[in-house]
Design a binder for this molecule. Structure first.
Ligand SMILES: C[S@@+](CC[C@H](N)C(=O)[O-])C[C@H]1O[C@@H](n2cnc3c(N)ncnc32)[C@H](O)[C@@H]1O
Length: 280
């Protein structure tokens, strides 16, 4: 891993970088929407939530709510925390379904013990590795974040972070502080051999030990006992086109979930989920 000078974290503190202009650009960029949605999908899969009931989730660095939208789509309730008012304003304008909170994750999570069934965070954690103020110590801020997150989660819950580490030292620092705060788990690297598709997911377990989930992509070597490279499926193969999930069964399941949440849902008919004829 080498350092990249085009990283947004190098441009300034997150609340300055994600200003009104950047926040608007971010949430209207179709490529960004697609990527955030795909990574949220994978994070939710790695959370391994109990089937058949909506869960209460935390989205750290929720930004404009693209990741949160996916949680809502999957029938879950969520609270999003972010340091950028501009990003949160965009989320409000987009009328996301989650509750939004302005806050700095480096100062800790302000929630009651055991509040959440799980936590996701998409493309945000690496920001904590920078010291934006003279008083900032990245190891301390990471530890404060992880230890307060640990207590916000119900026992047995997981937290999954998709992140863009700058180098292996950052990876090590992040993992070490998480373990020090009491979490089990480690890093799962999807598609380790592809520069483009490679993705890092830190999978943390609160109060339980367990095997790390399997990574996606080609089977390769394990770098340390906390980093797992392997793979069986290539579920994201069709990622460029429409989601592979949006078939008839998926639509029925989604409608059912929404009914369970007491939301208004159109009645099922023989046309539900049917492929439309293309007209030219
Ligand atoms: C790449 S964006 C991800 C946005 C989000 N997942 C979405 O779907 O729109 C990263 C987000 O992390 C937030 N962030 C960075 N550092 C943070 C911190 N210390 N505390 C809270 N949020 C932070 C930024 O403000 C930004 O909104």
């Amino acid at each position: 891993m080498t350092s990249n000078c085009r990283r947004p974290e190098h441009a300034g503190p997150p609340d300055v970088y994600y200003n009104e202009v950047e926040a608007k650009k971010y949430s209207q960029n179709s490529r960004m929407i697609e990527i955030q949605t795909q990574m949220s999908e994978r994070a939710l899969e790695l959370l391994n939530l109990p089937e058949g009931r909506p869960c209460f989730l935390l989205d750290v660095g929720c930004g404009s709510g693209l990741s949160g939208d996916y949680l809502s789509e999957e029938g879950h309730f969520w609270v999003g925390l972010d340091i950028s008012t501009a990003m949160l304003d965009v989320a409000l304008d987009r009328e996301v379904e989650g509750d939004l909170l302005l806050g700095d994750m480096g100062q800790g999570m302000p929630f009651r013990a055991g509040t959440f069934d799980g936590c996701i965070s998409i493309s945000a954690l690496q920001w904590l590795c920078n010291a934006d103020k003279r008083t900032h110590s990245p190891p301390k801020r990471l530890y404060t974040f992880f230890s307060t997150l640990y207590s916000s989660l119900s026992r047995g819950a997981r937290a999954v972070f998709q992140l863009y580490p700058e180098n292996s030292e950052q990876l090590e620092l992040i993992t070490m502080q998480a373990m020090k705060a009491g979490f089990g788990g480690g890093m799962v690297v999807d598609y380790p051999n592809s520069t483009k598709a490679k993705k890092f997911f830190l999978c943390l377990f609160a109060g339980v030990t367990g095997a790390l989930p399997k990574a996606l992509g080609l089977e390769t070597r394990a770098v340390s006992n906390q980093v797992q490279y392997s793979g069986q499926r290539s579920r994201f193969k069709n990622m460029k086109g429409k989601s592979v999930k949006k078939g008839r069964d998926w639509i029925f399941a989604k409608k059912e979930r929404r009914r369970r949440q007491g939301r208004e849902v159109r009645a099922d008919t023989k046309y539900t989920g049917r492929k439309r004829r293309t007209t030219f």
